[in-house]
Design a protein around this ligand. Structure first.
Ligand code: ADP
Ligand code: MG
Length: 680
């Protein structure tokens, strides 16, 4: 029976209340408990002699209890448990608060390790609420668990100890012995015991290595099987290249980098026989849309259909307009399909797609619902891909017979991460901006300088430019002195900017409303757009020259860069002003980087360093399942897992092999339920 089916209440001393507390940590079953890995460890191996403790700090002493612990009520009714311990160099008083079990847990005359904070007062040193364990247990590295109200790390450790005892003697190991041997990985049971209660540092390291490797291998193989389609033969035959003809349609000349990306794609689809799997990466404003349009054009001229999926209504509409302008003159039939459209309209577009009358459809998630069918889909394009889950991408692909895939992303992804997130995606980089672009000038200002900033906005608007002011999303009742877009816009419209057309754009508006507001802004009717982060991705209004970001400390580096990318898209000098009163060091660091560089790759790197990949690619954004122990920034482990996965596929050919039964089950679980494992 799987330990994931045994509730924690089966453990000794576990009542409903305790179970509730554990639930807050996401732990419901005994199996959950075993895979609830420590947050960190305390090293108890460095023992300090009592006489050597000279100042405040955290210490570990090995000492005997000199007398039974005595309990007394302190002021405010707090229970104080006091004791004294000694080693061969001196003695030390201990004090514990509000723990009625201490006096029965510590035995008079017993020898223990005590690990905790020492503070000095008028009477000398005192150790406050130390953690302890019997010296005879000889454990030198102690786990520290994530805690919530009412549950401390020690309680969790005790529960984990019990749970581990319930592990059957032969735990089924998802990594076959052959694989473990080959890569020097320990068995699952040993790993689980040592990740919680390591014998020593080496054992801990081995346990970590093994569990991380397993988790990343599961992720790696899972991502590969999702992409299986890449190995089949493309069901479409595209033979002729129309990209030269496409260039003639454009009002500008393509950059070298754009041409290279287009030619990479066209080579993929005309020469390889297997479906294209290509990622086009380019910084904001590098002209990715034109690249996609060119490939769509070639596909359409060969007699097939193309679909272009964008993450938001606004973007879908905007791409629709751009692509319509480029391609409609060639006779191509281009249509929009979004959830916000009237049912009747959607039905009409869907019929056109099924009959093959429509050549190119641009849309949102509406494209991947069951109702949408294509006659001959040969190319699926997804824009700003990190917003789509892998599953959604493969849904779109399933609408054709092994169609080609073109993914566009403005988020530069470090190579090792690319391996996992995109696996065998080929990559083209657009490393050049269209000519005549001036780097955006970025500055940080404090809120008491807002008046000046507004004056500057007015002068830009007077020169017939446009501007954005972005405010962070604010939940109701959240912190004061965070600017909420709605109130703020109202203030501006009535006050300083009362003579200027201002509009507000936020997520709660109806899609049709958003669309109208965006249209009025892009046509220059509205001069100043106050918005939440809905403008973050992709929106293109080349005449906008100033981006003001309020409460800039609330945005991550990559997000700030994306926002800044909304300006500087035309020939005029553009500005980005970060308003913040934050005194946090990290925020200051982010502002410094923003002011120092416009280079998206550098910014992504810094972002990854500062935040770690957990935040960089929040799991909702990249569509990867939540990881329990592995860290995607850990290049070495990521590469090791890649090699292990290669080996597994080489040796066993495919995952249906019986020796991989447990591994396969884990892959299914990770991708279906978001992060659970099997323990059988
Ligand atoms: P992104 O890569 O951020 O998606 P877009 O495709 O939206 O960038 O292009 C940004 C702007 O640059 C658009 O207004 C587009 O028309 C313009 N543009 C794209 N390629 C070129 C080029 N080669 N020369 C001049 N302008 C270009
Ligand atoms: Mg774009």
């Amino acid at each position: 029976m799987s330990l994931f089916k045994i509730p924690v209440t089966d453990l000794k001393g576990f009542g409903e209340k305790r179970a509730e507390q554990f639930k807050k940590l996401g732990v419901c079953s005994v199996g959950d408990l075993i895979t609830f890995y420590p947050r960190t460890y305390e090293d108890w191996s460095k023992i300090t002699k009592i006489k050597d403790i000279k100042e405040d700090g955290v210490y570990c002493v090995r000492a005997f209890l000199a007398a039974p612990v005595s309990d007394s009520k302190g002021r405010n009714g707090i229970l104080l448990s006091k004791g004294t311990v000694y080693d061969d160099s001196g003695s030390l008083p201990l004090v514990f608060f509000n723990n009625r079990f201490i006096s029965s847990m510590l035995e008079y005359g017993g020898e223990y390790f005590f690990f905790g904070k020492i503070s000095f007062n008028a009477f000398g040193a005192q150790m406050v609420s130390p953690a302890f364990s019997q010296a005879s247990q000889g454990k030198t590295i102690q786990p520290v668990y994530r805690q919530t109200g009412g549950l401390n790390s020690r309680t969790v450790a005790n529960a984990v100890r019990q749970a581990l005892e319930m592990l059957p003697d032969t735990v089924g190991d998802p990594l076959p012995e052959r694989v473990r041997k080959r890569f020097g990985l320990c068995g699952l049971r040993e790993a689980l015991e040592n990740i919680h209660f390591p014998k020593d540092e080496e054992a801990l390291e081995n346990a970590r290595r093994r569990l991380i490797a397993e988790e990343l291998v599961v992720l790696n193989l899972g991502m590969r099987s999702i992409r299986e389609h890449g190995r089949g033969v493309s069901g479409v035959r595209i033979t002729r290249d129309f990209s030269a003809e496409f260039e003639e349609l454009l009002p500008f000349k393509l950059t070298k980098a754009q041409k290279r990306a287009i030619s990479d794609c066209v080579t993929d689809i005309t020469e390889k026989g297997s479906p294209m799997n290509r990622l086009v990466q380019g910084d904001v404003g590098s002209g990715k849309t034109a690249v996609a349009a060119s490939v769509c054009h070639t596909v359409i001229k060969n007699g097939f259909q193309a679909a272009f999926m964008a993450p938001t209504e606004i973007l879908a509409r905007q791409h629709y307009e751009t692509l319509y302008e480029f391609l409609a003159p060639t006779g191509a039939r281009v249509e929009l399909l979004t959830g916000a459209m009237k049912e009747r309209e959607k039905k009409r577009v869907r019929e056109g797609l099924a009959s093959g009358e429509i050549d190119l459809v641009i849309g949102t998630h509406a494209l991947i619902t069951d109702k949408t069918e294509f006659k001959s889909l040969a190319l699926a394009v997804t824009d700003e891909q990190h917003r789509f889950g892998v599953a959604q991408r493969s849904r779109l692909l399933s609408k054709g017979k092994n169609p080609h895939l073109l993914v566009m992303s403005a988020t530069p992804i470090p190579r090792t991460l690319g391996l996992i997130i995109f696996g065998d995606l080929d990559i083209s980089v657009i490393d050049e901006l269209p000519p005549g672009r001036k780097p955006v000038i970025t500055a940080r200002r404090f809120s008491n300088q807002r008046g000046k900033v507004f004056g500057f906005l007015k002068s830009e608007i007077a020169m017939s430019r446009q501007a954005y002011i972005v405010c962070p999303l604010v939940e109701e009742g959240e912190l004061e002195n965070v600017v909420s877009a709605e109130e703020y816009a109202a203030e501006l419209m009535l006050g300083y900017f009362s003579d200027i057309p201002v509009e507000i754009l936020h997520g709660q508006l109806k899609p049709s409303e958003k669309e109208k507001i965006m249209t009025r802004f892009s046509e220059g009717e509205t001069k100043l757009l106050v918005a939440t982060t809905v403008v973050e991705v992709g929106v293109d209004v080349p005449n906008a020259s100033v981006m003001v970001i309020e409460n800039a400390e609330r945005f991550g580096l990559s997000q700030l860069h994306q926002l800044r990318g909304r300006v500087g898209r035309g020939k005029t000098q553009s500005y980005c002003i970060l308003i913040s009163d934050s005194r946090s060091r990290e925020a200051a660091q982010r502002f410094d980087i923003m002011c120092a560089t416009n280079d998206g790759f550098r910014i992504a790197d810094e972002d990854l360093k500062m935040r770690g990949p957990g935040d960089f690619f929040g799991s909702r954004q990249h569509g990867l399942p939540q990881l329990a122990i592995a860290d995607l920034a850990d290049t070495k482990s990521v590469e090791l897992s890649q090699r292990i996965a290669d080996y597994i596929l080489y040796y066993y050919k495919d995952l249906r092999n019986d020796e991989l039964r447990l591994l396969k089950a884990e892959i299914d679980r990770l991708f279906e339920q978001g992060g659970q494992q099997t323990l059988n």
